[in-house]
Design a protein around this ligand. Structure first.
Ligand code: SF4
Length: 547
């Protein structure tokens, strides 16, 4: 659809936001320059033909710290640099010569064959590392660029990719881990996810966005839709039947925003076109001057949803969308942990690794266990959990017992169930504090200390290594943002700024950041113990933590 009149732009932003549609095509910062110089997708050929043959030192710096992300590769943090020095060092001083590699799994869906291959890649090339991320990816560490051709060969041979797993691109599309099997689902959105990936991932049409673009598409509200750039959530229209309600402009990090409803209802077969229209608005009108103002949430906040919808309809879709009702919000967060009946009478089993940390060895053993239980399908969740589908009644107990020996619990404590952690200082160059191992130790500690406290609903605890909020600081009951704090003896030590009472769903909103409320990492167990006991003592009937 050819563009019509450019969208209204607030007067104060008429100049210098770098919006392509308003004629600002000259790069206004180094990231935009790198993208203009060469499409990030083109780095794949250089990795295979040059860098994999000549090694790390041969990598062009603009590829190393920019374009390699278009293929899921970030340099990981050099070991031994503490968080206090993170901000003071140049990026190259933090770079290790190994990479983090992200495999995108749109909808989080895996066969056991794929799962086993993911585990074997970890064992062979990634020192047995593997994390389940809260965006349904598998993330490796210790990847050597020389191994990338072999890794891609194995992944792509089984239909898995790292294309646009990072970078200013359409990232992995979140989907319900129980799509097509849940009795609560009216319409399976997987065809729309598949079509978006088929048509647009790896497509130069959307390979140079102002910033990353996160999508969630699910019938159920199990994909944190309020904090994605765009979401399509199941909704029944009184006249037209089942379809999807559209949300735009969510995101966390340092300027968090809850997504807003466009008020539009979209049938399943139109989801890919509407998605393409929205990402087109972002590509053309998104702010490219300042990285920290580039996400679509800033555009939506400045325009308002009515104007955003008008531009989408008039300039990108060429038609009006149907108005639609808001979907009902479920009473409790949905994480799919435990044993649940499928619509076909079999079962799905959701298990909780500690803070998403697994290993290649665990993934291989999981694939074996799933096949032994007669299933071939596994899904990852947006809460760092794993769900095994298609388990017959007679196989459930043995599977649950076997997974338990792998550290994958189907009946976890509330603390294990609702604790998440980002990558943190172990591997992330932006991190200020350690998170993953701290979260694992915290869960073990809380399981002992709070054995006598059984919350009616799990109290979510999210540990983040810096303000970027990859593990959703602001929407946890107890959100923890890593920073250096002063301990009782006056020492500068790892700790967290606390955000209390955030949530999604019924409790959608950000936790309160109390200025003085900081806790050292060492005291975290004491702090959570105190807060939870106080809540348990003072709680009124039915009250949730975030209320
Ligand atoms: Fe890294 Fe910060 Fe994201 Fe954690 S929140 S993974 S430390 S960028």
């Amino acid at each position: 659809m050819p563009p019509t009149t450019p969208a209204r732009v607030p007067a104060k932003r008429k100049r210098g936001e770098g919006q392509w549609k308003l004629g600002h095509r000259e790069p206004l910062n180094p990231n935009e320059r790198t993208k203009k110089d060469d499409d990030g997708l083109n780095v794949r050929a250089r990795i295979e033909n040059v860098y994999a043959k000549r090694g790390f030192d041969s990598i062009d710096p603009a590829d190393l710290r920019g374009r390699m992300r278009w293929w899921g590769l970030y340099t990981q943090r050099k070991p031994g640099i503490d968080g206090g020095r993170t901000a003071a060092l140049e990026p190259e001083e933090l770079d290790d010569s190994y990479f983090m590699l992200r495999v995108r799994l749109d909808g989080g869906a895996l066969t056991t064959e794929q799962l086993r291959a993911l585990g074997e890649i970890s064992q062979t090339y990634a020192r047995d590392t593997a994390d389940v991320t809260d965006r349904q990816n598998i993330q490796y560490h210790w990847i050597d660029v020389v191994d990338m051709p072999a890794i891609w060969k194995k992944l792509e041979g089984l239909g898995m990719v790292t294309t646009e797993a990072c970078g200013d691109t359409p990232r992995v599309v979140l989907g319900s881990p129980v799509a097509s099997v849940s009795a609560d689902e009216v319409l399976d959105p997987q065809p729309a996810i598949d079509e978006i990936v088929e048509r647009y991932v790896g497509n130069p049409e959307f390979s140079n966005l102002p910033r990353k673009f996160k999508t969630a598409i699910s019938w159920q509200q199990d994909v944190a839709h309020e904090i994605n750039d765009v979401s399509f959530i199941g909704s029944v229209h009184p006249e037209h039947g089942p379809g999807f309600d559209v949300w735009v402009g969510g995101g966390l990090s340092t300027n968090p925003k809850i997504a807003q409803r466009l008020g539009a209802w979209v049938p399943l077969d139109e989801v890919p076109d509407v998605w393409a229209g929205i990402i087109g608005v972002f590509r053309d009108y998104g702010y490219r001057r300042l990285r920290h103002r580039a996400r679509i949430k800033f555009l939506v906040a400045d325009w308002g949803v009515e104007e955003f919808r008008r531009v989408l309809e008039d300039e990108y879709l060429g038609r009006k969308m149907v108005d639609g009702p808001a979907p009902a919000t479920p009473e409790h967060p949905i994480d799919h942990v435990g044993v649940h009946k499928q619509v076909d009478g079999r079962n799905y089993v959701g298990v909780a690794p500690a803070s998403g940390r697994v290993s290649g060895t665990t993934l291989v053993a999981l694939a074996d266990a799933v096949e032994k239980a007669g299933s071939r399908r596994v899904r990852l969740t947006a809460q760092q959990k794993i769900v095994v589908l298609d388990v017959a009644d007679g196989k459930v107990d043995a599977l649950v017992a076997r997974l338990n020996t792998l550290g994958l619990q189907a009946d976890p404590s509330p603390w294990r169930r609702a604790t998440m952690a980002c990558t943190g200082i172990e591997f992330c160059k932006l991190a200020i504090v350690e998170t993953k191992e701290r979260a694992i130790r915290l869960v073990e500690e809380l399981e002992k200390r709070l054995a006598d406290v059984v919350p009616e609903h799990p109290i979510s605890i999210h540990l983040n290594g810096c303000p970027n909020s990859c593990a959703r600081t602001q929407v946890a009951d107890i959100g923890l943002k890593g920073q250096i704090v002063t301990d009782a003896a006056g020492n500068q030590v790892e700790g967290f700024q606390v955000h209390l009472g955030g949530g999604l769903g019924l409790d959608s909103g950000f936790g309160r950041k109390l200025r003085g409320l900081k806790v050292t990492s060492a005291e975290l167990g004491d702090y959570v113990d105190r807060v939870v006991r106080k809540f348990a003592e003072q709680r009124t009937d039915g009250e949730r933590f975030a209320q």
